[in-house]
Write a protein that binds this ligand. Structure first.
Ligand SMILES: [Zn+2]
Length: 274
């Protein structure tokens, strides 16, 4: 599932391609992909709108399209955005196509259909609960060590569960939580409020470090994730623990342990992570 680095990679590329362009048409072949409004209203509302900006918030991509509205994408498990020439044949599971004023199209395909598309103002989308309230951006200046301290100290949940909660920190998922915990030397099964101050500080730095490196590597491709140009990320080659259960820790050689934590498969080193 695409997490912050993958979504950031797509958002940056989209920004280059879409800002200043205008939508001239819209087709929806799978109405279920739209969370708001319905397909008919969506196809009537999008044409004529120019893209003013493209931002990422958590795992969401928000394209500002005027009148206070945003065209919002969530990639779900297998959602994939691409910008292609209008003549290019559709790939399987293309649910939405939006024509641009330069002859190209923005297309959204999603085999497993967990992805979401919406169009409206932030206020309307939040009120309709199609866009959740999201926590702090972990790469922003607002995400200080004190902020993480506050989030961890007031919960008895596991570190893993606390970090996965999008209303606390937005954008982390299974891959980068496991990676950050390993880098910080913190076992993800620990109670969040039992971490020492030093461990919380280490975790704060580790979160920022793993996300920044993964963005530099254009994300992690395990299964389906591809960028706007259908290319794979390369961060999967750098993963220390995620997907490596039963293999040796790259730091100490101990066999990495697998566990279910917060309902998610979790991998950690029993020696490096206390
Ligand atoms: Zn180790």
């Amino acid at each position: 599932m695409p997490e912050l680095p993958e979504v950031e990679t797509v958002a940056r590329d989209l920004r280059n391609e879409l800002v200043g362009r205008r939508f001239i048409s819209a087709w929806v072949s799978q109405p279920g992909v739209l969370r708001y409004p319905d397909a008919e209203s969506f196809c009537a509302a999008l044409p004529g709108r120019a893209v003013l900006s493209v931002e990422r918030r958590g795992k969401y991509i928000l394209c500002e399209v005027g009148e206070g509205d945003a065209l919002v994408f969530h990639l779900g498990m297998t959602g994939h955005l691409r910008v292609v020439d209008g003549e290019v044949e559709e790939v399987k599971h293309t649910h939405l196509r939006a024509g641009l004023d330069d002859g190209r199209e923005l297309r959204f395909d999603d085999a497993r259909r967990f992805g979401r598309v919406m169009l409206g103002s932030r206020a309307v989308l939040e009120e309709r609960r199609v866009l959740p309230a999201l926590g702090v951006e972990p790469l922003s200046d607002d995400f200080t060590a004190e902020r993480l301290d506050g989030l961890m100290r007031r919960t008895t949940r596991t570190v893993k569960a606390a970090l996965l909660d999008q209303s606390g920190i937005a954008g982390l998922g299974n891959i980068y939580v496991d990676e950050a915990c390993h880098l910080a030397g913190v076992r993800p099964t620990r109670r969040a409020n039992r971490l020492t101050r030093r461990e919380r500080t280490a975790l704060h730095a580790a979160i920022r470090s793993v996300l920044t490196k993964a963005i530099t590597n254009r994300g992690t491709t395990i299964d389906d994730y591809r960028d706007l140009w259908d290319a794979r990320g390369s961060h999967q080659e750098k993963l220390q623990v995620y997907g490596r259960g039963g293999e040796q820790c790259l730091s100490c050689g101990t066999v990495l342990r697998r566990a279910m934590v917060a309902g998610r498969g979790t991998v950690y080193c029993p020696r490096c992570q206390r």
